[in-house]
Design a protein around this ligand. Sequence first.
Ligand SMILES: Cc1ncc(COP(=O)(O)O)c(C=O)c1O
Length: 401
Amino acid sequence: MTGSAGPGAPPPGSMIPLCVPEIAGNEWDYIKECLDTNWVSHVGAFVDRFEVELAEYVGSKHAVATVSGTAALHIALLVAGVEPDDEVLVPALTFIAPANAVRYCQAWPVFIDVEPRFWQLDIDRVARFLEDECVVREGALHKRASGRRVKAVLPVHVLGHPVDMDPLLDLARRYGLTVVEDATESLGARYKDRMAGNLGDIAVFSFNGNKLITTGGGGMIVTDNREWADRARYLTTQAKDDPIEYVHNEVGFNYRLTNVQAAMGCAQLEDIEDRIAAKRAIAEAYRDGLVDVEGVALPEEAGWASSAWWLYTVLVDRAAFGLDSRAVLLSLGDAGIQTRPLWRPLHLSSAHAGSHGGQFEVAERLHRDALSLPSSVGLTSGEQQRVIEELRRAKANETVS
Ligand SMILES: Cc1ncc(COP(=O)(O)O)c(C=O)c1O
């Protein structure tokens, strides 16, 4: 069965995997250095270096390394001032982690549909929600129906393509919302002349196994706000108020990345431009190879965007292609090619029942039709041609039968 491997894990046998790590540089040397020097835990030169280099790459003033992107989201929301019973706007179509992180703060996600062109948070719908469903009371924005404060918006740059941030930032300023950017899938993407992750008030990255660079598991918070960065460092390291006497004035978290993982991250960061170039070349080759296939719609890149093309994802129109996306998944799986649908829209998740309202026809259509194709940085052109040929063959077979 395809699609059963975890993030970045190699699938069984000789399958072409969806998206696996590329380890071809100084990873061994840097990790060995940690082992040789005994700096293997949560303190060490590589953790500090990884933070500095990632912040520099993104153009942020501060960075705080965490055990995962999900932990980074949790802490980013806390330092941004999200409190119990607040509400936070989240796109309906995303991996579930941002909605979960909102709940870790005992706040509530408000799901907003995505737009049909680039599949990102629909800013017009955000505007309508803020105008029609919210009211300013005692200096803060509240949702009329729940009476709760609406504190933040959490745009996710889905699949490596940036959200149209300028109009969203305008809305956030107008309504007093904090912008927590989920850039976990979009390291290396650009919005106009700015890097994804340096667009909102605070942002997070993930380095799990299927991301552009990986530390096995890991994450990063980036922000220009010194106070927030200091607080994030404090909360991710058990909220320690005295280094010797075990004084803790707040409930903290054991969320800090280890030096061994950061060593891997430093090595991975060294060839990031090559990685982005590889992703962009993969996208171009898929575009060239699939552009004339009837029933397959290709993803678009906005004029103001440079996508990181995390997972190249197509839409399969059942009527025109002859098979639906899940049948194509099975057919490619039989041919040794791992593909994956997009996430079940979050308003349909029992984990977040009661958080929703509104229409989600775009998220639902994308969930039904989308299929992500193998997109590893190390995907060879031969492997990619096989994916293209098998996809074309699936249609040809269906047309004949
Ligand atoms: C949109 C989004 N947010 C958050 C995460 C969570 O990152 P992690 O797996 O590092 O916890 C992911 C990860 O896979 C993601 O795709």
